[in-house]
Design a protein around this ligand. Structure first.
Ligand code: OMP
Length: 232
């Protein structure tokens, strides 16, 4: 079965822009990976637009209500954790409005400061207030899950209710000393939906059906999945 068209479009843009690279990369976990995804590389207008549109489609697929009424949405605010999440959440909010103005036009966004501001408006949140609101976190990649835990804690400390997390890539790999993934652990721990635009399975599928990877690159990715692939 082919990838859904928004996934395919996004994968092609990520490869074209070299935001998703094939080669040899050391990860935070010290594993040597045959691929690497860098959300910071979507810095050109066409690439940012492709990323934002893909977030919007993913949110629409997983967090939309059956009715087209904005009042029935399961979230109120899109939150991007500093720093990398800030342009992602902002661009995704804009893309949602472009996708369906009637349904998503009243969605708000906010982000945090790394250090609280003690003058002017003060505080550590910029944009929509979080108190009593249902908040959807937007971020790049889940590796160990540390950054997502910090974002959840911050939102809760502000009185917000975490409605879910949307990331660009789920690497679907085990945490060190575990059979499970960081995403799986976060889902169980917080009981919230966590979805990705693409996961490793989608990347392998897309690479196989296009002309983006050599046989050796594909084999290296499949070997990597066989070694580190998570059970959840
Ligand atoms: P945590 O999930 O909070 O540990 O952070 C995710 C981190 O994974 C990112 O900030 C990157 O440093 C890193 N990363 C990528 O961005 N892309 C990848 O393809 C793989 C990694 C990684 O190091 O695992």
């Amino acid at each position: 079965m082919a990838l859904e068209s928004y996934k395919e479009t996004f994968l092609q843009a990520a490869l074209r822009g070299r935001c998703l690279r094939l080669g040899t990369f050391e990860l935070k976990s010290k594993r040597i990976s045959p691929y690497f995804f860098n959300a910071g590389d979507f810095y050109r207008a066409d690439l940012l637009s492709a990323l934002a549109t893909a977030y919007a489609h993913t949110i629409h697929a997983h967090f939309s209500s059956s009715s087209s009424s904005a009042a029935d949405l399961p979230f109120d605010v899109i939150f991007g954790p500093a720093y990398k999440g800030i342009p992602l959440a902002t661009a995704a909010t804009l893309a949602l409005a472009q996708l369906d103005q009637a349904r998503y036009g009243s969605v708000e966004y906010s982000f945090d400061r790394k250090e609280a501001k003690d003058h002017g408006e003060g505080g550590s949140i910029v944009g929509a207030p979080l108190k009593g609101r249902r908040v959807l976190i937007i971020d790049d990649v889940v590796s160990a899950g540390t950054a997502k835990r910090q974002a959840i804690d911050k939102i809760r400390a502000e009185g917000g209710i975490v409605a879910g997390i949307v990331v660009a890539l789920d690497r679907q790999e085990t945490l060190p000393d575990s059979q499970g993934s960081a995403i799986g652990e976060l889902r169980r721990e917080y009981d919230i939906p966590i979805v990705a635009i693409l996961n490793l399975e989608d990347i392998i599928h897309g690479l196989k059906s296009g002309v983006f990877a050599t046989e050796d690159q594909l084999k290296a990715i499949e070997d990597y999945r066989a070694k580190y692939g998570a059970s959840d």
